[in-house]
Design a binder for this molecule. Structure first.
Ligand SMILES: NC(=O)c1ccc[n+]([C@@H]2O[C@H](COP(=O)([O-])OP(=O)(O)OC[C@H]3O[C@@H](n4cnc5c(N)ncnc54)[C@H](OP(=O)(O)O)[C@@H]3O)[C@@H](O)[C@H]2O)c1
Length: 332
């Protein structure tokens, strides 16, 4: 049975600028898929803000409803694994990119994208975590497979007050690592300390002005959410066999480096792509997130908003001003 629902709709103006408004949609208009989900919560990611700003590299056609992340209740399913009433979440794949996403009160997706929400998580907690929490967990998993342990030395997190950064600081600290948080917001020192950062440094300390191919060995590991020149300078300061989990590009997409960090220090760049993580690993990590890494600090990171307020939050994340996670609650 078709249902009408509310969603953030982004249209492209003739001059290429976005027009965002809350509109009414119908479940008949959603793409084909196995599972119709009544979305209770979503979360705001940097990529959502790009999609909401007319970014053809992310979303090819508009009008569009962004939202890479959604948690909610199965409404209809033609897949035996999911039945109406099940609590589920979806992060990544094509959700919110070219498939109408979690900024609408309903989504319809293939069963292969759906994760049963772990018992220990509420629907809201699933979205405090969202893509950011999953990406941080994946980064730690990949760094540990590379050989990183708490005894290896200091681990740097760049963009530390952001969604992925906050989660990275918290999860690494919970796992016993000496975490150094790099931020542009030194007024958030108390927040980062509370998440578990042993040291907080200004991002300018990473992005040194020199072009030296190698700097003093400082980092056993890193989660980098910013890319660009800061990533190149961080690479020059890696310790022997150190690994950098490369997640993001808010500081730029170009990477200019010499081969020296690789051939003289054995450093490794480890690419992180949360959107396409295979389902078995996805489920394993969500279960780990719900047990090992779930704690009261999630509340510290959460900022709850309604659909009416999401527009302002999109502008804030584009300016790099967000702290932690914006959680959207659908009240329809
Ligand atoms: N590969 C993946 O699977 C994956 C998954 C999720 C996200 N991402 C990417 O990871 C990045 C972070 O995403 P997010 O959702 O966590 O975004 P976010 O909440 O906006 O966090 C980004 C943080 O980076 C810092 N920052 C902003 N502009 C900067 C600049 N020009 N130079 C240096 N630092 C800057 C700020 O933190 P401070 O003020 O504390 O420095 C900001 O809060 C994005 O590029 C996103 O697309 C990738």
């Amino acid at each position: 049975m078709s249902k009408t629902f509310r969603a953030l709709i982004v249209e492209e103006n003739p001059d290429g600028t976005p027009d965002r408004y809350i509109g009414e949609r119908n479940t008949d208009e959603l793409p084909a898929g196995d599972v119709l989900i009544r979305v209770t919560h979503s979360g705001l990611n940097y990529k959502d803000a790009l999609s909401a700003s007319i970014h053809k590299g992310i979303t090819r056609t508009y009008p569009h409803t962004p939202g890479l992340d959604a948690s909610g209740i199965v409404d209809e399913s033609n897949n035996a694994e999911f039945k109406p009433g099940d609590r589920v979440l979806v992060t990544g794949y094509d959700l919110g990119m070219n498939t109408a996403g979690g900024f609408g009160e309903y989504i319809r997706v293939p069963a292969e994208w759906v994760v049963p929400l772990p018992e220990a998580l509420s629907l809201r907690e699933g979205m405090i975590l969202g893509t950011a929490g999953f990406t941080a967990a994946l980064a730690i998993y990949r760094l540990e497979r590379h050989g990183l342990t708490p005894k290896s030395g200091s681990v740097l997190v760049t963009g530390a007050t952001g969604g992925v950064g906050s989660m990275g600081v918290m999860m690494l600290a919970r796992s016993g690592y000496h975490v150094v948080a790099s931020t542009g917001k030194l007024d958030e020192l108390d927040y980062l300390r509370e998440l578990g950062a042993a040291e907080v440094i200004h991002r300018d300390q990473i992005n040194d002005n020199s072009d030296k191919p190698l700097l003093t060995r400082r980092w056993a590991g890193a989660i980098d959410t910013v890319g660009g020149r800061p990533l190149a300078r961080l690479l020059a300061a890696m310790d022997y066999e150190g690994g950098i989990a490369v997640c993001g590009n808010v500081a730029g997409v170009d990477l200019s480096t010499t081969v020296y960090p690789f051939i003289l220090r054995g450093a490794a760049l480890i690419g992180i792509n949360s959107a396409t993580t295979p389902m078995p690993l996805r489920r394993e990590l969500w279960n780990r997130i719900a047990t090992e890494w779930k704690n009261e600090l999630l509340e510290e990171m959460a900022h709850d908003v309604t659909l009416e307020q999401i527009d302002d939050e999109i502008e804030r994340i584009l300016r790099g001003e967000q702290r932690g996670r914006v959680v959207l609650e659908h009240r329809g």
